[in-house]
Design a protein around this ligand. Structure first.
Ligand SMILES: [Zn+2]
Length: 478
């Protein structure tokens, strides 16, 4: 081997260290700065978000609105000149019916009075009879207490009242707070159904007290019973707790949702083809579906709009990266993740061509940096990128060993490095899955900054001479 060739070999084996030590950055900083500055000047993403929320509104899977959103995003991306594909996805089609509740018996009840309770059915909930269901309410505060009161909850309405830990959220760990607080909603109704409960209520998962119920998915076992399941507002959960402490409380509950046959829908895929390696792909995504109470501005219109914004910046600057930057507006994140599954299944045979994946699904708060599911060895290489984000205070790089977005998780579990913009989410769960998730909660400047993060990150990943190191893949049996 000639000395020159062996030097090249060493260089390629030590790509990471060589680039870090080298004066020549892997990705041109001037281009990153140009993309960042263009994003910070553009209202394209906010305009698309207002189209999505003000002209369409809620976009629950299977709904007419979800179908209109597919068309709207696809048309906008075609207008930019992207190569658009609609990827078929069969989605669950659950529709909300009537929902109301009142306390019809309680200690100290004046003659002829009842107390209204504000609640909303959880996605996947079963239905009460049309005239409602009247039962005593049993309050429990944990899964352990639910099990311990197995005999008492039979044929009753159970309230599983677990507080959301807003202190954790205030300290920058809202995801942990949501993980803990969301568990009763995800698993509680199935657990209560197994014990023979007539219906289950959970305390809304959120940190604010606006007397707004927060919906969200619950999961019943395919073979197990399916009961009415609803989230009551924090205030009403506390009311029921106070009255129950004094004596028996009886509720009349009416929720009449329906589960219709699965519906045809789509992931919207819009490619900004690479100039050199077009078959290598960097996914830039959010989810297009939303819950049905609000207009899905923060969850997750902002994610989809910021990905659309990134493509518009690339177009305005006349730039194509080495690899393809692919916008994916996933369908059905909220109540099935069927879009994520469809995308993964379509690409698992050539998973090595999926170079990295980005998903924004944490709202529209002030961007602080990047949340990265990458190997330790990749951190150093990303410094030039975080340098580009430093001028507007978004230079934090927080590494995670776990996937950082629900829709890109299947990719990451198969080795694809994953990212999400790291946002201020201290008050994300104030509005999350409520009727108040609307456009006015989005600060246009924060969204511009999010577009700047999405654009520069996607550009770096698609432009770097060598892809980031793959994540370890857990093989079955290991
Ligand atoms: Zn979401």
């Amino acid at each position: 081997m000639r000395p020159f060739a062996s030097l090249l070999l060493i260089a390629s084996l030590t790509t990471t260290a060589a680039f870090a030590a080298d004066a020549t950055p892997e990705v041109d900083p001037a281009t990153l700065a140009k993309l960042r500055d263009a994003a910070l000047q553009s209202d394209y993403a906010y305009e698309r978000l207002s189209d999505l929320t003000d002209t369409i509104g809620p976009r629950l899977s299977g709904s007419k609105q979800a179908a209109a959103a597919v068309t709207q995003v696809a048309d906008a991306m075609r207008a930019l000149g992207a190569t658009v594909t609609l990827q078929p996805v069969k989605v669950p089609h659950w529709v909300r019916g009537e929902e109301r509740a009142e306390l019809v018996g309680y200690p100290g009840q004046p003659a002829g009075l009842t107390q209204r309770i504000d609640l909303t059915a959880l996605g996947g909930s079963g239905a009460t009879p049309a005239k409602g269901l009247t039962r005593e309410v049993v309050v429990v505060r944990s899964f352990a207490e639910l099990e311990a009161k197995a005999a008492a909850v039979k044929d009753r309405i159970v309230l599983l009242s677990v507080p959301f830990d807003q202190n954790l959220a205030e300290n920058g760990h809202s995801g942990v707070a949501y993980g803990q607080g969301g568990e009763p909603r995800f698993r509680g109704p199935a657990a209560a159904a197994k014990l023979g409960a007539a219906a289950m209520l959970v305390r809304s998962v959120g940190g604010a007290r606006f007397r707004l119920p927060h919906t969200g998915a619950t999961r019943f076992d395919d073979k197990g019973p399916k009961i009415p399941a609803a989230a009551v507002t924090v205030e009403d959960a506390l009311l029921i707790e106070r009255l129950s402490a004094k004596g028996p409380v009886t509720m009349t509950l009416t929720v009449t949702p329906q589960t219709l046959p699965d519906a045809d829908s789509y992931n919207v895929i819009a490619d900004w083809p690479g100039r050199d390696k077009p078959d290598e792909v960097v996914v830039l995504s959010g989810h297009l579906d939303s819950w049905d109470l609000g207009t899905g501005a923060i969850d997750d219109g902002a994610g989809v709009a910021s990905a659309m914004g990134a493509l518009s910046v690339l177009k305005s600057q006349g730039l194509r990266a080495r690899r393809t930057i692919r916008l994916v507006a996933y369908m059905n994140e909220e109540n099935g993740s069927r879009g994520a599954r469809a995308y993964f299944d379509a690409n698992k045979g050539s998973i090595e061509k999926q170079i990295a994946a980005i998903e924004s699904d944490a709202g529209a708060g002030l961007p602080l940096g990047l949340h990265a599911n990458v190997t330790l060895g990749s951190i150093k290489r990303l410094e030039a990128l975080t340098d580009a984000l430093r001028p507007f205070g978004a230079s934090v790089l927080k590494r995670s060993d776990r996937p950082v977005g629900a829709d890109i998780a299947p990719l990451s579990l198969a080795g694809v490095p994953g990212f999400e913009p790291l946002l201020d989410t201290r008050h994300y769960f104030d509005y999350h899955h409520t009727a108040a998730d609307t456009l006015d909660k989005v600060e246009p400047d924060h969204l511009r900054r999010q577009v700047a993060v999405m654009t520069t990150l996607a550009w770096w990943l698609a432009e770097a001479p060598e892809p980031l190191e793959r994540l370890p893949v857990e093989k079955a049996g290991e």
